[in-house]
Every structure is written in C-alpha cells, then in structure tokens.
Design a protein. Structure first.
Length: 240
C-alpha cells in the first residue's frame, strides 16, 4: 500500500518546517526520490547521508544528529562549554574508622552536620556545591582566594564535631556537563587533596601564583607526582 501511494500532488501544501534525510546508497528508494520529495515541499531541508541503509536502525547516530540540529537549531555534539574555575575537594580523614567507632546512626548525624558546615561556608563566599563524593565534597569558585578561605573555614567548622578534613585546590579550565564539572583540572584538584594531611589545606602552584598579594601564606611541600596527571607538580600548604 505504501508503494502504491502517491502524495506528490499535496506536498506543496505542507507549511510545517520539514527535514528530509536520505542515504545516498539506499538500495530500495533511490536518493533522487528524496531530492524530488524535498523539492516539492516549500522550504524543506534536504540532508544526504552516505551509506546503503534504507532504514536508520543500523547506524542511527548521524540521522539523530540531523534531527537534533533541525529541532534545536544548534549542532549536535557541539563544542562543550569550558570555563575557568577553582575546584575545592574536601574529604573526612579516617571516615571508615570513625563510622565504625560511633555506629551508623551517629555517623549519619555527623555527616549531616558536616554537610551543613560545607553549605554554610559555600554560601558565605559565593561558592557552588557541585556534588558529594562519598564523605567529601567538590565545590567550584570563580576566585581562588575565596576558595582557600572557604577550605580553611570548613576545616575549622568541623573540628567541634570531632572530625578532621583535608582539602585540596586547583585552578584550571573545566568542562560543564549540566550541573557537573569534568576534565583534567578536576582530577588535579582531587589529587592535590590526596597529598594533604589531617586538618591541612593544600593548593597547586597555579593557585599560589594566582593569589599573590592576597596576604595568604604558604609552605612549600615540594614536587609530587599526581596519579593520572602528567608531569610533576609543586604543591603548597596554606599556613594560617
């Protein structure tokens, strides 16, 4: 029935935006038919894709990309948004041991109190919470000095809870993926934190250079290899 149907006489009455996608090597319906179809629909957009498929099931991505661009007006899989940001990772030191000592109920209460401290300090310096990382946090800032001060405040704020944290910071370009941040700079911040000790705030050389003249003081902790990050990195501990 579909093969016997001829709708050419009414195609000129179509007023909706129309996309015609046709494979150049379609073995069932020749590409010339697709070109004729697009020519008969006012303002239709014709896209010819390489390949022999008649349906799109074996290679759907190119077809879906064309549909997405047609509907949204933006190229599918366009360049990701990248911004410069200072990332802060915080982590509770000895969390497994503490949880075992105090029990599940008390541990959950401590985690809630810890989260409240982090939220309060982020609000105070206009930082943005990105996500929880188990018993830690990832936050982003548009200024490294505020990020350092936030890290110090989080460290001091959890002491009355009987908790100890370590904090690591790095500044670099990150990729925005909805509410998340990704990229090597995020990994670098996490690796900086991994080298910090109990109640310590460590930063990369990049962060230290950016806050020159801010009055913040640092102690050189030497060069380190950061797991998964190329090269050696000089790290600094914030001294307060």
């Amino acid at each position: 029935m579909a093969a016997d149907t001829d709708a050419r006489a009414v195609l000129s009455s179509i007023s909706a935006p129309t996309l015609v996608v046709h494979r150049t090597g379609d073995p069932i319906i020749r590409v010339e038919a697709g070109r004729d179809l697009a020519a008969r629909i006012p303002g239709a957009r014709l896209v010819e894709l390489p390949g022999p498929d008649h349906a799109f099931f074996s290679d759907p991505d190119p077809v879906c990309d064309q549909v997405e661009e047609f509907v949204t007006g933006a190229p599918a899989h366009g360049e990701p948004d990248r911004v410069l940001a200072t990332m802060l990772f915080s982590d509770i030191v000895g969390s497994t041991r503490t949880a075992a000592e105090v029990g599940d109920r008390r541990w959950h209460e401590l985690l809630d109190a810890y989260d409240a401290v982090v939220r309060r300090q982020l609000e105070r310096v206009r930082g943005r919470s990105v996500k929880h990382t188990g018993d830690g946090h990832l936050a982003a800032f548009d200024g490294p000095a505020r990020a350092i001060k936030c890290g110090l405040s989080i460290r001091d704020g959890v002491r009355p809870l009987g908790l100890s944290v370590r904090v690591g910071l790095h500044t670099g370009e990150v990729e925005l993926r909805e509410e998340d941040l990704t990229g090597i700079s995020v990994v670098t911040a996490a690796r900086v934190m991994a080298h910090a000790g109990d109640d310590q705030v460590w930063v990369s050389q990049t962060v230290r250079d950016l806050v020159a003249g801010s009055g913040l003081r640092f102690e050189d902790r030497g060069e380190h290899e950061l797991k998964g990050v190329p090269g050696k990195w000089r790290l600094w501990q914030v001294v307060d």
